[in-house]
Design a protein around this ligand. Structure first.
Ligand code: PNS
Length: 159
């Protein structure tokens, strides 16, 4: 029986940091479902379809699938047969929010375990919001995102 992990987030857009975590999670799960949250409180730069497309263009691995979800993460995890939620911990500042979320998810679905992964050292300070900001003001994001994402950012910001 294959073990399925779910990697949820906004992915607005997917970065090299996300890619790194997907690769790392394949060391202990057979398949990863990258779950794109539809109802994020933040107003996303990319539409749900654009975010899904960019994940699919970035990650070219038959063990990885990108899907959109609405509602509770644990309900979607059950629906796709995932038993592990994967999240990245970059800095101490991530910890409180991540800890609360993991405990709430365990409360809602005790059989699903949250696993925190540490990103590659050089990607530790990378986030989608920083990538958006750099791209918005014409900075070079080529080392931070896949070329397809770089192109999409250029189109969004017209530079
Ligand atoms: O990229 P983000 O903003 O860190 O992702 C947060 C996300 C989408 C993983 C989280 O907000 C989420 O799981 N939302 C779905 C709603 C839900 O299940 N909430 C209860 C968990 S506390």
């Amino acid at each position: 029986m294959s073990r399925i992990g779910i990697y949820p987030g906004s992915f607005d857009p997917i970065t090299r940091g996300h890619e790194d975590l997907i690769t790392r999670s394949l060391a202990f799960v057979d398949r990863v479902v990258v779950a794109v949250a539809v109802n994020v409180a933040k107003q996303p730069l990319f539409t749900q379809d654009e975010r899904l497309r960019l994940i699919r263009e970035t990650v070219n691995d038959s063990r990885v699938e990108a899907k959109a979800f609405d509602g509770l993460l644990v309900d979607f995890a059950k629906k796709v047969g995932a038993t592990v939620i994967v999240r990245g911990l970059r800095a101490v500042s991530d910890f409180e929010y991540e800890f609360q979320m993991a405990l709430m998810n365990r409360n809602l679905a005790p059989a699903i375990e949250t696993v925190f992964l540490v990103p590659a050292f050089d990607l530790t300070y990378l986030s989608s919001s920083l990538v958006r900001e750099v791209a918005r003001f014409g900075g070079d994001v080529s080392a931070l995102v896949h070329p397809a994402v770089q192109q999409a950012l250029k189109q969004k910001y017209g530079r």
